[in-house]
Design a protein around this ligand. Structure first.
Ligand code: ATP
Ligand code: BTN
Length: 248
């Protein structure tokens, strides 16, 4: 019915009009579910982002989670955030929009957040049991007043509503492409492509629970840690985790 030409991602799609969170639902079923299954919902009542921050998920947006079971180790998980961001940026490109990746997990258009990516997983030190790749994209939805100055949607950027199913189909196809590259261990390619689409060489402020660092975001290393050049010229690696990045 959708005419998806992917082999893995989207072989099975579970749709809800309303759900708590597609990531939460995916976690509940992941252990017994095949790889590639997508959970998608029109509305999430308790959608969340990193650090369980509330993610506004009203009707009109694309709220989805993909169950993945790569044969890999936990240190490679950050790359799945990156391939999600790449797939989103390429989806935007196909719609004639330039998106930029803000490390670690946001996609911006005109410096405003249009999409957030949340990767959660179940793993031991040596093995990944499953990964949930959650993507929330503002498509035709309105945004709560407090987010209007920092966020945007496809409708706002294009000036017209766009069939959400078209956005979904392109995104699923781009996700399959980059997931295959990930499985083929084309890490260098993923990271290189990511660099081309990311906002780098900008002055930033990194906020962690116990300190704030300022400096220039130079690059990412092979595991996706941000390389920050501090004001005194020293370099520090910042891991994806409980940090926030702000442009200065
Ligand atoms: P960080 O730099 O820490 O990533 P962030 O503001 O991007 O900061 P995240 O945890 O990545 O924080 O994302 C959650 C935040 O996204 C929320 O705190 C809220 O400000 C914002 N947000 C919530 N819903 C939406 C939405 N639908 N579109 C855009 N932004 C949203
Ligand atoms: C972030 O910017 O912190 C990430 C936001 C991720 C939101 C998506 S929407 C689909 C999936 N379900 C959730 O509850 N969260 C993710």
């Amino acid at each position: 019915m959708l005419g998806l030409n992917t082999k893995k991602i989207g072989r099975k799609i579970v749709y809800f009009k309303k759900i708590d969170s597609t990531n939460e639902y995916a976690k509940r079923i992941a252990a017994h579910e095949e790889e590639g299954t997508i959970i998608v919902a029109d509305v999430q009542e308790t959608g969340y982002g990193r650090k369980f921050r509330t993610w506004a998920s009203p009707q009109g947006g694309l709220w989805m989670s993909v169950i993945l079971k790569p044969n890999t180790t936990p240190e490679h998980m950050t790359k799945l955030v990156f391939l999600g961001a790449l797939a989103v940026v390429e989806t935007l490109e196909q719609l004639g929009i330039e998106g930029k990746i803000k490390w670690p997990n946001d996609v911006l258009v005109n410096e405003k957040k249009i999409c957030g990516i949340l990767v959660e997983g179940s793993f031991s030190e040596k093995e990944v049991y499953y990964i949930i790749l959650g993507i929330g994209m503002n498509v035709n939805n309105s945004l709560p007043q407090e987010l209007v100055s920092t966020s945007t949607s496809l409708r706002e950027v294009l000036g017209v509503e766009i069939p959400i199913i078209e956005v979904f189909k392109i995104l699923v196809e781009r996700l399959e492409h980059w997931y295959r590259e990930f499985l083929a261990e084309k890490d260098a390619l993923i990271l290189q492509k990511w660099r081309e689409k990311a906002i780098l060489r900008r002055e930033v402020k990194i906020i962690t629970e116990d300190k704030t660092l300022t400096g220039k975001a130079l690059d990412i290393d092979e595991f996706g840690a941000l390389i920050l050049e501090l004001e005194d010229g020293k370099r520090e690696k910042i891991l994806y985790g409980d940090v926030s990045l702000r442009f200065k």
